[in-house]
Ligand binder design. Structure first.
Ligand SMILES: [Zn+2]
Ligand SMILES: [Zn+2]
Length: 349
């Protein structure tokens, strides 16, 4: 492996993982992500956590795509993550282009056994068509379990339905038919559900991203979930998309790592006003409310991290440019004194 090639350094393989933290192959997983802690200046903001600690984990968390959607970015892919140990590969959210991000991470489609979806906004699901379709066209029918909130089964059924023409094409000339299920099983989960996935215990918690009042039909039908991944050596909590939410604080309590979304409501509104002059002025307060209560500002990321008592924070689902990130840093640090890092695509944690 070329140690000077950043992409090569991010790659993983079963061989590399089995080599252990002390092996040269595992050492090659080092990433250049910049950690910072309260009080550090930018010049000293790297490697605030010991590299060996991160690389010695039983499973690595890879931020496959770190942009907030659905807006595109030339620098960041749409939201997607991977939790893996070379044997188990769990995709967590499947933004557009997720399959190609797996390719860049050197992860074969056949090794993905599980997909976990936080919610069904398109920036978290558009990659499912690529995953299901490419499995189909490559005759991959190894078992794939998809977990997600209510509506996930219908989402997968509709994707499979959209591929029916391809199924019929592939079935011509006496070729073997792909299985009707494409090898895929769906399990819808909701608040408090726990699932054992090999060495990982998954726990779901509803969050405030959709903003429906509790007890309403909409709050039952449309649910956005945050997840906790308890593993032999650490716990990672993934916020998905959420606003401030006591249920997420409870889920994250004592976690080693909080993988959190971040937003900048002021910047988001400025962008809307600059790029969407067609929107009526009356729409702006509702948008402000959305950005404030259904996503996490830097201040609210810090408050969540402190309330939950997590060990460290990784920021993703991130639309902030460098200047906005620099401004966000003290806002997080005002409430959370632990290490914080900004994830880039294909970083390992
Ligand atoms: Zn999103
Ligand atoms: Zn969303």
């Amino acid at each position: 492996m070329d140690e000077n090639n950043p992409r090569a350094r991010r790659r993983w393989s079963r061989r590399a993982m089995l080599a252990g933290a002390g092996g040269a192959a595992a050492g090659a997983l080092t990433v250049g992500a910049g950690w910072w802690a309260a009080g550090d200046d930018a010049a000293t903001s790297t490697a605030m956590l010991p590299t060996a600690d991160r690389l010695g984990h039983a499973l690595l968390w890879t931020t496959l795509g770190t942009m907030s959607g659905p807006t595109g970015s030339s620098a960041r892919a749409q939201p997607a993550n991977l939790l893996h140990d070379g044997e188990h590969a769990i995709v967590v959210d499947a933004g557009d282009g997720m399959v190609d991000q797996l390719v860049k991470a050197d992860v074969a489609l056949t090794s993905v056994q599980t997909v976990v979806l936080s919610h069904l906004h398109i920036d978290h699901t558009a990659g499912l068509l690529g995953l299901v379709g490419r499995r189909l066209q490559q005759f991959i029918s190894t078992p794939l379990m998809v977990f997600g909130p209510p509506g996930t089964a219908q989402e997968i059924e509709r994707i499979q339905g959209s591929l029916q023409g391809l199924v019929e094409l592939m079935s011509t000339g006496g070729r073997r038919l792909p299985p009707p299920s494409f090898g895929i099983t769906v399990q819808e989960i909701t608040d408090g559900a726990t699932v054992t996935l090999g060495p990982v215990r998954l726990t779901a918690a509803t969050n405030s991203h959709y903003g429906f009042a509790p007890g309403t039909p909409e709050a039952t039908r449309f649910q956005s979930l945050s997840y906790r991944f308890d593993m032999p050596d650490r716990a990672i909590v993934f916020t998905g998309d959420t606003g401030p939410c006591p249920n997420v604080e409870r889920l994250a309590r004592g976690a080693d790592l909080l993988v959190s979304e971040i937003d900048d409501p002021d910047a988001a509104l400025e962008q809307v006003e600059a790029t969407r002059p067609d929107l009526p002025a009356a729409a702006i307060p509702a948008l402000r409310e959305h950005f404030d209560s259904q996503h996490l500002s830097a201040t609210n990321v810090g408050l969540l991290a402190r309330a939950a008592g997590v060990g460290a924070v990784v920021l993703t689902h991130n639309p902030l440019d460098d200047a906005r990130i620099a401004a966000a840093r003290p806002q997080i640090a005002a409430n959370f004194a632990g290490p914080v890092a900004v994830a880039n695509d294909l970083d390992n944690w």
